[in-house]
Design a protein around this ligand. Sequence first.
Ligand SMILES: Nc1ncnc2c1ncn2[C@@H]1O[C@H](COP(=O)(O)OP(=O)(O)O)[C@@H](O)[C@H]1O
Ligand SMILES: [Mg+2]
Length: 271
Amino acid sequence: MSGTFPLAFSITSGKGGVGKTNISVNLAISLARLGKRVVLLDADLGLANVDVLLGLTPKKNLFDLLHGASLHDILFPTPYGFSILPASSGVSDMLALSTGQKFELLESVSELEDDLDYLITDTGAGIGDNVRYFNLAAQERLLILTPEPTSLTDAYALVKVLKQTHNVEHFKVCVNMTPNEKEAKDIFTRLHNACDHFLSGISLDLAGIIPRDTDVRKAVIEQLPFCVGTPDSGAAKAVSQLARTITEWEVPEHLDGNIKFFWRKLLFRES
Ligand SMILES: Nc1ncnc2c1ncn2[C@@H]1O[C@H](COP(=O)(O)OP(=O)(O)O)[C@@H](O)[C@H]1O
Ligand SMILES: [Mg+2]
């Protein structure tokens, strides 16, 4: 990572159930193990499950933040060397945040600027308002794909909407649940070709490949992240490798998009 500024990146997908939350949690652990200061923001508002995968039960969450609690009231340390900003499950208010509330949320998070190296945002699926917003607010986007055709079409739809509405052009890609490396590369190439043919100016970079691994499901059931419970599993090794790759990402100098004003504050401390 260049410089001393934190990097805010989202973990996102068009299709649900592709492994975003599992990857977010285990990536946070892997980056913490590399000595990085990490906060994981659960931005799957209304359907939150970062805390569930970690087996934790934070009392306060982003809902409280929007109703008077301070950021430090809701920042919840995990036993794995990083903290989470938990969302709330089943609170429909969170599903349709007003623009003012979204600004308020990001402004609050920018208070963390001195205390972190990576802010990871685990988004919901789809191309809805919240997903677009959190992807736009991030400096990098890690798009999660699986070898399933629906994952490909939905990923393409997300890339297309972010490009057409906000001119977002750079995406990192991670293929999850792949039976082998060849299938991962094939699906990545198909996305790459579709973007080349139908959208101009998109750059996609294959950042990681995570195998389909039965230890992931076990970890979910046991509420113990696989990087902790089965550190020698294929999935854990692949996520550790992805974490090392991420530490080599450059922090982009130019931020594209209005909302990034907030991340500019987070990054460059203008005051
Ligand atoms: N690499 C993998 N191998 C096997 N199963 C996986 C893998 N990654 C995710 N899964 C399964 O997919 C399910 C959905 O994962 P989750 O992280 O909740 O996805 P999302 O956040 O994208 O909805 C999990 O319950 C887990 O069992
Ligand atoms: Mg999820």
